[in-house]
Design a protein around this ligand. Sequence first.
Ligand SMILES: [Zn+2]
Length: 77
Amino acid sequence: MNYRPYPFSWAPGAALRHATAVAEWRLREHVTTLCGEVVEPVNTTLAWLWPTCAPCDVEAHRIAGAPMPRRRAAGAR
Ligand SMILES: [Zn+2]
């Protein structure tokens, strides 16, 4: 069983790291994401490093009850 402390899982698909409410997604099966897209999850090292889908990120933070991190201004360190 996967570590799943909140009712969502990350599901890389369509070149973004989406999140889904589906408890256990499977490869080669489509899954609906928190942003409403239907993607075929990919389980490769590069897929897990794809950029996070912004709407899924917001929804995952909402579900977890965690505030969104403040974005740094471009060029700020
Ligand atoms: Zn998404």
